[in-house]
Design a protein around this ligand. Structure first.
Ligand SMILES: *Cc1c(COP(=O)(O)O)cnc(C)c1O
Length: 241
């Protein structure tokens, strides 16, 4: 029990060491998944700090995580403006076209889910004289509740994207169904891998595979994930919103 008048500092340190211990465990699980399957790729851990405060970003940074994922532009901007750490910001949630202007503040946008959105981001990036790295979001299992392209639509979209000179299509993002079996997870992640291959054939760099969350990242890594997006395993359960 903390006594009256005690400095709050030990509490802060204990939060950082808690996150550090969880990050270590996540890294070990990633390394183990790679060893099991011989997966050779470099895997970047993206700490998903949505719903948490800037203290979560600071804790991630303190334990060597430089990639931060947020699912809402406005919430992310609040944190960007509040801290000066040189973290890389990832937008992992659905992006509304009217927020495309702010979205170019992100190092990587994972959620390009329509041609209209691609055009809006391309236009903003052009105005900012910048080539914006983006991922194409694919809805491999075609769940009605999830955004993203059906895999059968990717070939046509890949050609359209070639006209967006201010976008660099560096890969694919997908989300697997919640509570899916291992077999389904593997099918979904392999589907995303195939989409990345299609994008490369169409001339896009597309080497990144953003897939795997707290419940399924080991399978995702075995299937080739290069970016895993981890929230709960690092920061604990989010309050439901
Ligand atoms: C919230 C979120 C995550 C992280 O989910 P956890 O299960 O907490 O690891 C990953 N990706 C996206 C797109 C999210 O919205």
């Amino acid at each position: 029990m903390s006594g009256f008048g005690e400095s709050p500092e030990p509490l802060v340190n204990s939060y950082v060491s808690l996150v550090a211990a969880r990050a270590d465990e996540a890294r070990q699980r990633i390394a183990h998944a790679q060893k099991l399957s011989g997966a050779p790729q470099v895997v970047t851990l993206v700490a998903v700090t949505k719903t948490y405060g800037v203290d979560a970003v600071q804790a991630a940074w303190a334990c060597g995580i430089a990639d931060i994922g947020e699912n809402k532009v406005q919430e992310a901007e609040g944190k960007m403006n509040a801290i000066a750490l040189p973290v890389r910001w990832h937008l992992i949630g659905h992006l509304q076209r009217n927020k495309a202007r702010q979205a170019v503040r992100f190092n990587l946008i994972h959620s390009i889910d329509s041609y209209r959105l691609a055009l809006a981001v391309n236009e903003t990036a052009a105005a900012a004289n910048r080539v914006q790295p983006v991922l194409v979001q694919v809805n491999v299992s075609e769940e009605a509740t999830k955004g993203g392209f059906a895999t059968s639509d990717v070939a046509a979209f890949a050609d359209q994207l070639s006209k967006c000179n201010n976008l660099s299509v560096t890969g694919v993002m997908t989300m697997a169904p919640f509570n899916a079996t291992e077999a389904v997870l593997r099918t979904v992640f392999a589907g995303a891998r195939n989409v990345a291959e299609q994008l490369r054939v169409a001339g896009h760099p597309a080497t990144e595979l953003s897939m795997g969350m707290s419940g399924d990242f080991e399978i995702a890594v075995q299937e080739g994930a290069t970016l895993v997006r981890l929230g709960t395993v690092l920061f604990g359960n989010r309050a439901s919103s």
